[in-house]
Design a protein around this ligand. Sequence first.
Ligand code: ATP
Length: 234
Amino acid sequence: MTALLELTAIRAAYDAITVLHGVDLSVRAGEVVALLGPNGAGKTTTLKVAAGVHPIADGELRLGGRTVNGADPRDLARAGVCLIPEGRGIFPNLTVRDNLLMMSFTGRPVAEIEDIAFARFPILAQRAGQTAGTLSGGEQQMLALARGLVTDPAVLLLDELSMGLAPLVVGRLYEQVAEIARQGVAVLIVEQFAAAVLDIADTAAVLVRGRIEHQGPPDLGLRNQLATLYLGSP
Ligand code: ATP
């Protein structure tokens, strides 16, 4: 199957400083690709390029086989690209319900929005009247994912979903991410630490100083490479 999201020889910079030096990455529908690497490697920048919110200095971004370099990020969002940023992008002073209702810009009826969110994350129904900032970290991440799902994404870009969460909570969230992928979504997930994400990833890519140094199935070989490279024990 051809890739839904394809980055080919992507170079990206902040002013004169190049931070991505020719990144090749592709994600097929139904696949989970983990993009790993140390601090400052360029992982977040890669996601921003994929979402069209950071300009491409060189190379090609394709969505469903179509070149979309320079496309308006809103058009990419309409075409199914959904970025869930680090820090989750939810509104902490609004209730869970209002955070979800804001997604009615998608044209979906309110009842449908709640159905989608609460079916995937039943705990959010119990928390509907609570302000999002008072949710646990894991619940906040569920809310962020739920808001993303309401957009009916074809490509889900997740930035450090595990940040600040207990391993058990991360494992449960990853199970949901794997299930979302099984329903045909292409998932590109950035993490600094490899451990749990390798359990759901079909492919892992290691980004170091703006270059993909390793790419392949998350087998023992890759885990060993990661262990000896940058990320501590996998
Ligand atoms: P982290 O895990 O620490 O977020 P990362 O792998 O996601 O790291 P990026 O956030 O993509 O890395 O950053 C890559 C490089 O680009 C870093 O050297 C960073 O300092 C730099 N950078 C990121 N954002 C900006 C910005 N807005 N202006 C200038 N430089 C930036």
